[in-house]
Structures are given as C-alpha cells and as structure tokens.
Design a protein around this ligand. Structure first.
Ligand code: UDX
Length: 450
C-alpha cells in the first residue's frame, strides 16, 4: 500500500488495523518491520496521501477500493488443523465491509487464500443491503528483504476477476509505474491458484537441491558445483538452487500445506502426496542438520555451548516465521546443549517467544522441564561473544556480516576441536580449514572424509 501511495500521489491510501500499537509504529520513525528501503517509501507518502489509523469503519465508508490484507495462518485447531488456512480474519473483514458500506466498492483479496475463497467473500458481501461489490484477486509476489525493489519492478502483477470495469480500475493503478505487458489478468480462480502454485514451485526447487545435497555429502560431489551445472541449462535457470539448512518464511510451508489440503478435498490424493514431499524434504533437511551436529560432536552436545549465527528465516529481514533456526535450536536443546544466539536484527524477546511456541507441542516436554530447556538459551549482541568458548558455530542465516569476521580470533576463543556447521554455505571453507576449524557445509564432503 505504501508503494501504491508513493507511485500514485493522486490516490488516497488509508491503511487500517485494529491493533493501536502497530498503527502507532507505522506513524512513528521506527516502523514495525525491518525491510530495506521501506522507511523512505513510507516517509515520502505518509502525511501526503498515505494514512495509518484504527478507524476501520470510516475507512471502509470513504473507499472506492478495499484491499483485504489480513493474515491467513495455517489452522491450529479443528478440521484441517496443521494444513488448511484459517479464514476467520478474512470472513470478519468481509462481514464488516458488508455491514458498513453504503455505496458500490471493489474488494481486492491481497491475502494468500485457498482457491474459491472469493466465492465465500462474494456471498458474504451479497448479504449487504445498501451496497454492491466486485471482488478481485490480486496476490502479492514480493519476497522479504527485497520487497521495495520487487514492488517497484515486479516480474508481473496478477489480477483475477469477473468484472472488466473492476479489473480495469486496478490495472490503471499499477499501470502508473508498471509496463502493461507485465500486468496479467485472469479469472478469479486462476489468480488464486497461481499464488499457491508459484510458492509451491519455488519451494520445490529448494527441496530438490536440498535432497541432492544429502546425496552430494554421501558421494563426494559438491552441491554448489552441481547447482551451477544444473542452473546454466536455460530451461532450468540459476535462481532458487541454493542448498540450505531448509527454507522458512511465512509463505512456503503454509501455502504448500494449503495446496495439499485443497487436493485432498477434491479427492486428488496422488497430487496431494506429490506436494507433501516438498515439505517432508524440508523437515528432513532441518533434522539432518541437527543430527549431524550431534553426531560430529562425538554423539553428545549435553552442556556444550553451541553458537548460532542468525535467527531470521533469510537475510535482510527481522521476520523469523518458520525459520530453520527455531527447529535446529529446539533439537539441540532437547539434547541439552547450551545455545548462544546472535542475529543482527531479531530481538531477544522474539527469539524467546519463538522457542516458547515451538516447545509447546509434541516432544513430551512438560512445564518446568520445558522452561529449563528454554533457559539454556542466551541471546547476545555480538557474534564474537556468541562464539566465545563454544564447541561449535552454526550459521543459520546468510547475513553478509558473518563472512568477514575475525576468524583467527574466533578460533583462539573456542573449545578445540573447533567445529563450524555452515547451514548457508557462505563461509570460505579453505580459509577456515587453514586456520584450524573443522568445517561442515551443506552438500559438501565432510572434511574428515577428504
Ligand atoms: C516467498 C516468495 O519468493 C514470494 O514470491 C512470495 O510472495 C512469498 O514467499 P519469502 O518467503 O519472502 O518469499 O522469501 P524467499 O526469498 O522466497 O525465501 C524463502 C525461503 O527459502 C528462505 O528461508 C530462503 O532462505 C530459502 N531459500 C531460497 C533457499 O534455501 N534457497 C534458495 O535458493 C532460495
């Protein structure tokens, strides 16, 4: 919305939320999320044609077009728990729009939704007496960390709908800065399904290369070399082939589980099984990484200090949703390790909250024992401090600053043998090995086997 306001000074954009604290942050100098370049976009438009408030009813009444951008997390209860999307917030929005609106409006689904949700939104809106509505689907394809650039110059914008007049109204907004041939229009269902499918395809590439990384470690091939060789085939392309400790983020897992649930609903069990494997490989990759640490450290990490560099699910964001670090940390705590964490952008409060949530289910952990495990975490403000007296360093997020640290000093301060487990393949193996580290990377033969 900030980008629309920036690029279209003649369009008045009013962002509303029920959460007063969050709105206060959007109105302050300290925005509630870290995203490179976003500050200046907001600063340029705020007070001109971009407003943030909690006046939801008022904003609905004055708007010609309403974007529903609430979250649709995976359901944690009842039917479809763990897979289906929780549509409670979407429905509440639709009902509020229906109740408050007095004139005709275009309602745009911006949240990622299961296919045919627009149908439900339309039926709820139809219950409104005074107003008429057109519903459009306009899924968002930006990635965190590069959001501003992705919005300024997207590969494509997708608009699905039935009413040509409504579609044209939204096309006209994007056309202010995006070439028309990059604005695709489809029917509602194609648009909704394209978002889920695009995320499933992207995640599938990461799981594919991660599956190959396990085979590389077993055979002596190098996954980065294999990825380069694969990626130069123009039919495949080089992007999204970086082997890692596992993909995270708010979208990939959620959208695939949603897709799987949808396939099962339509009785397409083979298709559901096919996409489930993308998530299964991702879980395997995270588990495999934690197991490798324990096995390499002579089959026990009990009371050993393990340093974690990075907590965010990727660099240049403070978002930690589904970050691999959370799962690796959980597995290490269950093995009774002491984990010392450093991330340049994630707060200690967030890290503790993530651990509290992940320790809540399964694992047979009960109250005081669970707390005693979480108490084994320390969050520090310096990467050297995190590594001081550690048995092993683990790289969880590919922050650039980790590449150029003083590794001689770090080596001196660590317990020997000093292990490095690079979950992002960003550190120079040769340089670290020369200093004396034993380096384990993803998809590369372990140094002991060379
Ligand atoms: C993703 C989609 O890219 C975006 O189009 C959609 O709108 C939302 O979901 P995002 O989750 O922000 O965006 O980040 P993305 O760059 O796609 O990375 C997702 C995860 O995959 C991260 O944990 C990242 O580290 C991991 N990844 C990505 C890899 O492990 N290897 C790769 O080659 C690429």
């Amino acid at each position: 919305m900030a980008m629309i306001a920036k690029q279209c000074p003649d369009v008045s954009v009013h962002v509303v939320d029920l959460n007063q604290d969050r709105i206060n942050s959007w109105n302050s100098e300290e925005l509630p999320i870290y995203e490179p370049g976003l500050d200046s976009v907001v600063r340029e438009a705020r007070g001109r044609n971009l407003r943030f408030s909690t006046q939801v009813d008022h904003a609905i009444q004055e708007a010609d077009m309403i974007f529903i951008s609430v979250n649709t997390p995976t359901k944690s209860f009842g039917m479809g728990a763990g897979r289906a999307a929780n549509l409670e917030y979407i429905e509440k929005c639709a009902r509020q729009i229906a109740r408050v609106s007095q004139g005709p409006k275009i309602v745009v689904e911006k949240s990622t939704l299961p296919v045919r949700t627009a149908e439900a939104v339309k039926r709820i809106l139809a219950t409104a007496g005074a107003a008429s509505f057109d519903v459009l689907s306009n899924p968002e394809f930006l990635a965190e960390g590069t959001a501003v650039q992705d919005l300024l110059s997207p590969d494509r914008v997708l608009i699905g709908g039935e009413s040509q007049t409504a579609i044209s109204a939204l096309v006209d907004i994007y056309a202010k800065w995006i070439p028309k041939d990059r604005i695709l229009t489809t029917n509602l269902w194609s648009s909704e399904l394209s978002k889920l499918s695009a995320n499933a395809f992207l995640a599938q590439r990461v799981s594919s290369i991660n599956a190959i990384s396990a085979l590389c470690e077993a055979t002596g091939a190098d996954v980065d070399e294999v990825a380069r060789a694969i990626g130069t085939d123009s039919r495949i392309g080089p992007n999204f082939l970086k082997a890692s400790v596992g993909f995270g983020g708010s979208c990939f897992q959620k959208d695939i589980l949603n897709l799987v649930y949808l396939c099962e609903h339509f009785g397409l069990n083979e298709v559901a099984d096919y996409w489930s494997q993308v998530v299964a490989i991702n879980d395997y990759q995270k588990r495999r990484f934690a197991q490798k640490i324990v096995r390499t450290l002579f089959n026990t990490v009990s009371d050993k200090k393990i340093c974690m560099w990075g907590w965010a699910f990727k660099k240049d964001t403070n978002d930690t949703r589904e970050s691999a670090a959370i799962y690796i940390c959980r597995d290490l705590l269950i093995e009774r390790a002491q984990v010392e964490i450093y991330d340049p952008r994630v707060s200690e409060e967030q890290i503790r909250q993530d651990m509290y949530e992940i320790m809540q289910d399964g694992n047979g952990l009960v109250g005081p024992y669970k707390q005693s495990l979480i108490d084994r975490i320390r969050v520090v403000e310096d990467p050297h401090q995190a590594a001081d007296s550690a048995h092993a360093i683990t790289v969880m997020t590919e922050w650039d600053e980790f590449k150029d640290l003083d590794f001689c000093r770090i080596f001196e301060d660590m317990v020997k043998p000093a292990f490095v487990f690079d979950g992002r393949n960003i550190l120079c193996r040769e340089k670290l090995s020369q200093i004396g580290f034993e380096v384990h990377s993803i998809g590369k033969t372990s140094p002991l086997l060379i």
